[in-house]
Design a protein around this ligand. Structure first.
Ligand SMILES: NC(=O)c1ccc[n+]([C@@H]2O[C@H](COP(=O)([O-])OP(=O)(O)OC[C@H]3O[C@@H](n4cnc5c(N)ncnc54)[C@H](OP(=O)(O)O)[C@@H]3O)[C@@H](O)[C@H]2O)c1
Length: 267
């Protein structure tokens, strides 16, 4: 059990779950750190004794990184027009911008296909575009010889590179795209999740989500969320994706201390 400050009666919002405990809830430091990583389960409502009982799942302290394709597609399954343009993506964003801030907090590495990287540069994007230190890895089979400051050219074959990434503790990895890189990663068996933001627009033709090739990749539906502007976020996990590394250290479930029985008054 961890003592906390004010009594809380409402469950935390998804934003709080992602960003950690609300101000005013005084949690012991390790708990704060876990909460910031979204690793705490909150039990509701708080017990009247003003004690917050935190159930800590068995969580590897060295987080097993997930390789996440996180993109927007048209309703007919394209990520860009044939010429690479994405005018159909330019639309007012609802409040919260589809939870992008929380997602960006959850990652520390971005994987770029060479064409997507070049397009981003052409639009004036910088390695620091996401406002925090980030590893930006660009993949090319040989066309690229150097990359812009803040980016790194992957020096290993794709599969090997990602397996090395997984071997180092860290946050999740964002596969920015495009279709070519996503296809290559799927073929290497190195995608864990696909988070697709389906824009309610048909564009008729374009670059499909995944570069075409004969494949069979079973997916498991993890979550669906509908946003007020009609965008739908579909979260799939790839069935049988690369097995997570065994955890090096784990926290153990903390069971609340048993309450001492009050001695019955002797007569
Ligand atoms: N809607 C969205 O959310 C979203 C997100 C990202 C991108 N996009 C769009 O996607 C489009 C680009 O997609 P794309 O499929 O044409 O290109 P891409 O995936 O960005 O880049 C393809 C290039 O990546 C490199 N590559 C791919 N597999 C590789 C491997 N196994 N090892 C090493 N390098 C590898 C190759 O570079 P080399 O040719 O140099 O060998 C390949 O030509 C852009 O128009 C962009 O706007 C949309």
């Amino acid at each position: 059990m961890i003592r906390c400050g004010p009594r809380r009666t409402t469950p935390p919002s998804p934003h709080e779950r992602a960003s950690g405990p609300q101000r005013g809830l005084r949690l012991a430091r390790p708990a704060c750190r876990l909460a910031a990583r979204g690793r705490l389960e909150w039990t509701q409502p708080l017990p009247a004794t003003q004690t917050l009982r935190l159930t800590i799942r068995e969580v590897p302290l060295s987080h097993t990184r997930r390789i996440i394709v996180h993109v927007a597609t048209s309703a007919d399954g394209y990520i860009a027009r044939k010429d690479g343009s994405f005018d159909w993506l330019e639309r007012p964003r609802p409040r919260g911008n589809y939870g992008m801030a929380a997602f960006v907090r959850s990652i520390d590495t971005i994987l770029w296909g060479r064409k997507t990287y070049e397009l981003a540069l052409a639009f004036g994007d910088k390695a620091s575009a996401f406002g925090k230190p980030m590893r930006n890895c660009v993949f090319s089979r040989g066309l690229l010889r150097s990359v812009a400051p803040g980016f790194e050219l992957a020096g290993l074959p794709l599969g090997e590179f990602v397996r090395e990434l997984r071997a180092v503790p860290g946050r999740d990895v964002w596969v920015m795209g495009g279709a070519g890189l996503i296809g290559s990663l799927l073929d290497e068996g190195e995608v864990d999740d696909l988070v697709l933001h389906v824009i309610p627009t048909l564009i008729g033709e374009g670059i499909p989500l995944v570069a075409p090739r004969h494949r069979l990749v079973p997916l498991e539906l993890k979550a669906i969320r509908r946003f007020p502007d009609g965008v739908v976020r579909i979260h799939y996990a790839v069935k049988g994706a690369a097995a997570p590394r065994p955890a090096t250290r784990t926290t153990t479930r903390r069971t609340p201390r048993k309450r001492r029985r009050r001695p019955t008054p002797s007569r």
